[in-house]
Unconditional design. Structure first.
Lengths: 132, 725
């Protein structure tokens, strides 16, 4: 099973097992001096959790506002990924092709003429990449 | 905030185990060949090299006992190499027994099982085979196998013959491995009880106290939130309720007591520092006495752990750069024995630790000259400002970097470590009389008292320990293109906090004067709000280190308050003044990700070592630090790599097949295209002779591998790269 993360007109997929929860309109505190990909931090029941601009970490356009945050567990701690629309759960079928974009894996058909691209969290959410 | 973690030793231990397996097989085969056909120089050299490589690898991945046995094996083979020992069946038996012992020890060591005793016995057997006498007498220099990151080692004092140290260490490890806490913790919690009979003691694991401290911190934060809710929902000022005040007071006391339970004496670090002084003094031929004062000063265990490396750096510096050689001291009318002092004292909520020496002092002329190469303002600085130039990264006063010895200056690294515990460092130096470094750190890191300010619609906490003054709205005068204001009769640069953070433009509110380690700066804000105790949390590993932001605290109303870092803010303000704000603003509101590390990312390092473990370890260290890394397994391969692309720096081992490190260094120096590439020789051979040979061959630095000392290695590399660019 996977969770689909809408980012503007595109859709990305993360394994459901790595998703902790989805937060609607988190109250974000921006982090001045941080790179563009870091949208800020928010308070998740007493923990300070970083929120990343899913568009920017993929090298695409920035996401406007903070409509949804998908909290994922990574090797380096919990992180929020911004989504522009309500994320939904689907069962992924076989890959229909490889995705060349850095930090992504395979492309899947998730509806009529709707494609989702799998995210490689180990590549995307990684301190070395973030520092660049 | 977590900085980049060092790569896991466990991973490298596995690589090492796999590699050692192959080398032990080779050793076994070659030994049989040796027995059959007798010694040839090539065969003996190869045997020696295999043992040497295993020793070096084991030491580097933190398997000191394996390294010791391999060291003894190497010594035995050295006897053969020098033809002081005949090759006979007894010898072959002894060497093979050593090989088997290492083969048996590695899996135990990697699994973390007890193997000290077995290693000790194997080493003794090899030592007996060497001279028919136990290890004691003509001791080889102790191999640098002490894992550097072991927190507060038990009182295994230096001195005495090696077997002595060994048994101490064995005992020490056993003690650390036991479930009890390494440092006994007095939890009677009453200072007064100590007068009469010895207070009852109870040992407990440190994590229990940590958990207690954490929960008390959470309880304090909840109490603050409760107060906020009372005010919001019931319009009841919490401080008017005596019940609320009692709760808050109890929690405060509880927190203080719990924090005190985590305290350990600063001097628990002394044995380790004394050992470093002794070893380095012996290596450098100096006579040095190490003195300590302030046995009663205590500090949070977590803070002290982070101070271990900086203090080690300062102490090594004092020995290496401060204290003169005995002849030089005598000629200046000083006693030939130098003194290095470690002095700790508690001052209010801070502990001050001073490392001083009675050596030659810091030569300001040379500091100015060295810094002047990259920064012309250095030449006009007053003495005090010039003195602080030594904390700049890449600055070395040595005309040629002849000795980085793994204990190089690295004062910028010291400063960075201190930043992490919110410490400051000051330096004082009298030419000819000595140098003193003073470190001041808060006793604990749990909560931080902050001044809360508003700037460009947001609120920030500024740690009170870095606030020097608060000024009413200031008229500013432009001096040399920078806005300045006056504080205590001295000019201080001034700029708006919003401008420095990139969140907005100037304002004309009050100014908060903050001081970092060496400079002060006035920051204009919109409004001063109040003072608060903040439990500061980091942003996790995924957010890159932001020098201007120390962390964040959660406020009673659930919002997040960012806590700023004075040193980082000042540096940022200074850079903006130097480079002008204009180019930064083109990148969008409040964003300028272009920080310094990007500048050095292109630097390429060629790592030459025949041991896969060492190559991969170094690759990981340097890639982590943002360098590009290429590797070669021997000198010849290195020259091939260099023909493809000239690296910015070469880091090479000595003992390698085909072409060794000395030959490689000479070959590089002889080729016109390569001649200026800096070369560091990294080896486990600590002898003065090999060091001299390396430097004669044309190396720029010579570092003795000692365990996992990344900081020294990185700072040496940064220095050389800085000097060559």
């Amino acid at each position: 099973m996977a969770l689909l993360i809408p980012v503007a007109s595109e859709t990305y997929a993360v394994p459901l097992g790595s998703v902790r929860e989805v937060v609607v309109s988190p109250r974000v505190t921006p982090l001045p001096t941080a790179p563009d990909a870091v949208r800020g931090v928010f308070n998740l029941r007493g923990d300070v959790v970083p929120l990343f601009d899913t568009g920017r970490i993929l090298g695409l356009a920035s996401i406007v506002g903070e409509p949804y945050a998908v909290l994922v567990e990574t090797e380096h701690g919990v992180a929020g990924l911004l989504a522009t629309d309500m994320p939904v759960t689907v069962r992924l079928h076989e890959s229909v092709g490889h995705s060349d974009l850095e930090g992504t894996t395979e492309t899947y058909l998730v509806g009529e003429l709707r494609l989702a691209v799998g995210l490689d969290m180990a590549v995307l959410l990684n301190p070395v990449r973030m520092a660049q | 905030m977590s900085n980049a973690e060092p790569p896991s030793e466990a991973d490298f231990q596995k690589i090492f185990a796999a590699e050692a397996e192959g080398r032990l097989d080779t050793l076994g085969d070659q030994l049989i060949e040796l027995e059959k056909s007798g010694p040839t120089p090539d065969l003996v050299a190869s045997l020696f090299r295999e043992a040497h490589t295993i020793k070096g690898g084991a030491a580097v991945v933190g398997l000191p006992h394996v390294a010791r046995v391999a060291h003894a094996l190497e010594d035995l083979l050295e006897e053969v190499r020098r033809e002081r020992r005949k090759v006979d069946p007894t010898l072959i038996d002894a060497v093979l027994a050593g090989v088997d012992a290492i083969r048996g020890l590695i899996p135990l060591a990697v699994a973390g099982d007890d193997h000290e005793r077995a290693a000790f016995e194997a080493e003794q057997r090899l030592r007996i085979a060497i001279g028919g006498e136990p290890a004691g007498a003509p001791a080889p220099p102790p191999p640098p196998v002490e894992a550097p990151r072991r927190p507060s080692p038990p009182a295994a004092e230096a001195g005495g013959p090696p077997e002595d140290t060994q048994t101490h260490r064995v005992a020490g490890h056993a003690a650390t491995a036991a479930p009890a806490a390494p440092a006994p913790t007095d939890i009677t919690l009453g200072g007064e009880a100590a007068h009469h009979a010895a207070p009852e003691m109870l040992q407990m694991p440190v994590h229990r106290i940590d958990e207690l401290v954490r929960l008390i911190g959470e309880a304090s934060a909840s109490t603050l939130r409760l107060g906020g809710a009372l005010l919001d929902r019931l319009e009841c000022e919490p401080s008017s309720l005596s019940e609320y005040r009692d709760l808050a007071r109890c929690l405060n006391e509880l927190q203080e007591l719990a924090l005190r339970a985590r305290m350990i004496p600063v001097m628990s670090l002394a044995p380790r520092l004394r050992r470093a002084v002794r070893d380095l003094a012996r290596d450098t031929g100096k006579q040095i006495r190490f003195e300590t004062r302030g046995e009663d000063a205590e500090i949070d265990r977590g803070v002290l752990e982070r101070l271990a490396d900086p203090l080690l750096h300062l102490v090594r510096n004092a020995v290496d750069h401060g204290i003169e050689l005995p002849e030089e001291r005598r000629s200046k009318g000083k006693p030939s024995e130098g003194v290095v002092r470690l002095h700790a004292m508690q001052l209010g909520s801070e502990v001050v630790i001073a490392v001083s020496d009675d050596g030659r002092g810091i030569d300001l002329g040379r500091v100015r000259e060295a810094a002047g190469q990259s920064d012309s303002t250095a030449l006009e600085m007053d003495d005090e400002s010039a003195l602080y130039l030594i904390f700049r990264s890449g600055l070395s006063t040595a005309t040629r970097v002849t000795d980085v010895s793994g204990r190089g200056v690295g004062l910028d690294a010291v400063r960075a470590s201190l930043n992490a515990v919110r410490g400051r460092i000051e330096v004082r130096s009298d030419p000819g009389l000595g140098t003193e470094f003073r470190i001041a750190v808060p006793i604990t890191m749990a909560t931080l008292r902050c001044l809360v300010v508003a700037s460009a619609g947001r609120r920030y906490g500024i740690p009170l320990h870095s606030v020097r003054a608060v000024l009413p709205p200031q008229p500013a005068a432009s001096v040399g293109g920078r806005d300045m204001t006056m504080l205590d009769g001295r000019p201080v640069p001034i700029s708006s906090l919003a401008g420095v953070l990139g969140t907005g433009n100037g304002c004309d509110g009050p100014a908060v004067v903050v001081s970092g380690l060496t400079r002060s700066h006035a920051l204009e804000v919109d409004e001063l709000i109040d003072q608060r105790d903040i439990v500061v949390k980091g942003f996790g590993e995924l957010v890159p280190r932001l020098p201007a932001i120390a962390g964040a605290g959660i406020q009673p109303d659930g919002t997040i308050l960012l806590v700023l870092e004075a040193a980082g803010l000042i540096e940022r303000a200074r850079r903006r003044a130097l480079h002008g704000a204009a180019p930064l603003e083109g990148e969008g509101p409040g964003r300028d990700g272009a920080e310094a590390p990007a500048e050095r990312q292109a630097a390429a390092i060629l790592v030459v070592d025949d041991a896969l473990t060492v190559r991969e370890l170094q690759r990981s260290i340097f890639e982590h630090a943002g360098y590009r890394v290429r590797t070669a397994a021997n000198g010849e391969e290195a020259l091939e790599r260099m023909a493809e692309e000239v690296p910015d720096l070469v880091l090479t081992d000595i003992e390698m097949p085909v072409m060794d490190g000395f030959q490689l260094t000479e070959a590089i120096r002889a080729r016109p295209g390569f001649a200026s590439v800096p070369i560091i020789i990294l080896t486990s051979r600590g002898s003065e002779e090999s060091r001299r040979r390396g430097l004669e061959a044309g190396a720029d630095g010579y570092i003795v591998k000692s365990g996992f000392d990344q900081v020294a290695l990185l700072s040496a590399v940064e220095r050389l790269l800085g000097a060559s660019q």
